[in-house]
Design a protein around this ligand. Structure first.
Ligand SMILES: Nc1ncnc2c1ncn2[C@@H]1O[C@H](COP(=O)(O)OP(=O)(O)OP(=O)(O)O)[C@@H](O)[C@H]1O
Ligand code: SF4
Ligand SMILES: [Mg+2]
Length: 418
């Protein structure tokens, strides 16, 4: 073979290697996106969505949509489990979570990420799940969505519109995502596909769940971008994620999650990392969208102040457990759990003297693979005694009411908020 022939073969190898490398990058991006982006809710790449979520479009999804809509028009639904004593017990919750537990197995190590949380959430109501980093907030929500890796073992019950989701196959679960429940994931910068324009990412989410034409999906995507107040939505349809600010990217993520008008929206740290003005705008947007559609909203945050301002019910998580749970007004009128109190003290306040060291919750959260005996907060709690260190307090309201807390020596002095 002559020199020219060898050069042609070498060039062909280089081209093949280049194409393979590009494919690998795209596959990696897609794999990451389908993990981070509302999975079936809004898959990022044309390659991944329909292949990854077969059966997510068509009659099944529409039937579920209709079913959930019908349920929504049923009289009323109950609030966070046991937190609204005035409502009749016969009412049905849109979401009913009971004794939800998630354990990850990593070789011989077991991480007990969620250790038995229970709550009910009605259509049109909002719930905040609050806690420090690593307390199990995201994992508990991903368990509701059925979006956990194979190393996770999920037990307990998650009922959406009366249907049990725990134990369903991926194919069956995909019917509930999008129209039933959608999630805005932590970190919009990583959740959007950086190589794809934002409009097609929203349109892709629409087509992943609804049997519509490309044109109708595009029109709906523009409408969704308008709905989440992306300015000049039709023009910005063709922007890439890096051309948007953090707040705008978060709006796009919300548009993707709203693609199929979910009955339940889970917003995981939807405002973290944004300046306070943008935070407030995003929160106002979420609440406005919620009231327009009677959607139920779960807000995941480490910011107790955010919960105080915006939601109906609060669950405070620590070490994978709910340690205080009540309606927002009940909780803030009388904080009982020392951990909740410590979180409240850590909120920066305008009235504090300048240059004062900000209070923090001293110590470190527990290692979820080696949870201590008794109350997991004991190593950080100045009220802890031997009972705390040996016996786990149950989450309950000793008066039989609806403000439940897990503590042997609860606080009794009111805590100022704001
Ligand atoms: N895939 C996984 N395998 C093993 N452990 C995991 C996995 N995902 C989460 N965890 C562990 O579960 C625990 C709870 O994680 P989770 O992401 O729910 O915390 P979080 O409360 O959402 O924290 P943050 O505020 O930082 O988002 C952590 O200890 C985490 O390391
Ligand atoms: S049970 Fe004991 S250690 Fe735990 S929060 Fe209450 S007082 Fe503190
Ligand atoms: Mg999280």
């Amino acid at each position: 073979m002559g020199g020219a022939g060898r050069r042609r073969i070498a060039a062909a190898f280089v081209r093949a290697a280049f194409v393979r490398a590009r494919l690998c990058v795209r596959v990696r991006l897609c794999a990451r996106s389908s993990l981070c982006i509302p999975g079936a809710v809004a898959t990022v790449s044309p390659q991944s969505s329909r292949a990854a979520h077969p059966g997510s479009r068509g009659k099944n999804t529409l039937a579920l949509h209709t079913k959930l809509r019908t349920k929504q028009t049923a009289p009323e639904t109950v609030g966070v489990a046991g937190s609204d004593g005035e409502r009749p017990e016969t009412e049905t919750a849109l979401l009913a979570v009971r004794d939800l537990r998630v354990r990850f197995t990593q070789g011989k190590r077991q991480v007990h990420a969620v250790n038995g949380i229970s709550y009910d959430l009605r259509a049109g109501r909002s719930l905040a799940i609050i806690g420090e980093s690593g307390s199990g907030k995201t994992v508990s929500c991903r368990a509701v969505m059925g979006l956990l890796p194979p190393s996770a073992t999920v037990t307990g019950s998650v009922r959406l519109g009366g249907d049990e989701l725990v134990g369903l196959s991926e194919k069956a679960l995909s019917r509930y995502r999008g129209a039933g429940v959608a999630m805005v994931f932590q970190d919009p910068a990583r959740s959007l596909n950086p190589t794809m324009r934002i409009g097609p990412q929203v349109a892709e989410a629409v087509r992943a769940h609804l049997p519509v034409s490309r044109k109708d999906a595009r029109d709906r995507a523009v409408h969704l971008l308008q709905r989440v107040r992306v300015p000049a939505a039709a023009r910005r349809y063709l922007d890439y994620p890096h051309q948007l600010s953090g707040g705008m990217r978060q709006r796009v993520m919300i548009a993707i999650a709203l693609a199929c008008d979910p009955k339940l929206l889970i917003a995981d740290e939807a405002t973290t990392g944004l300046d306070v003005t943008t935070q407030a705008q995003i929160m106002e947007l979420l609440l406005e969208l919620q009231s327009q559609t009677n959607m139920a909203l779960i807000l995941v945050s480490h910011d107790l102040g955010l919960a105080a301002s915006y939601v109906d019910e609060v669950i405070v998580m620590y070490g994978g457990r709910a340690v205080e749970q009540a309606s927002t007004s009940e909780l803030f009128a009388n904080v009982r759990m020392p951990y909740t109190q410590a979180l409240l003290h850590a909120i920066p306040r305008l009235g504090r003297p300048a240059h004062e060291v900000l209070p923090v919750v001293e110590g470190r959260p527990p290692d979820l693979s080696h949870l201590p005996a008794g109350c997991a907060f004991a190593p950080r709690c100045d009220r802890a005694d031997d009972t705390c260190r040996t016996t786990t307090p149950q989450l309950e309201d000793p008066t039989g009411g609806t403000h439940r807390f897990a503590c042997w020596h609860p606080c009794d002095e009111p805590v100022a908020v704001g």
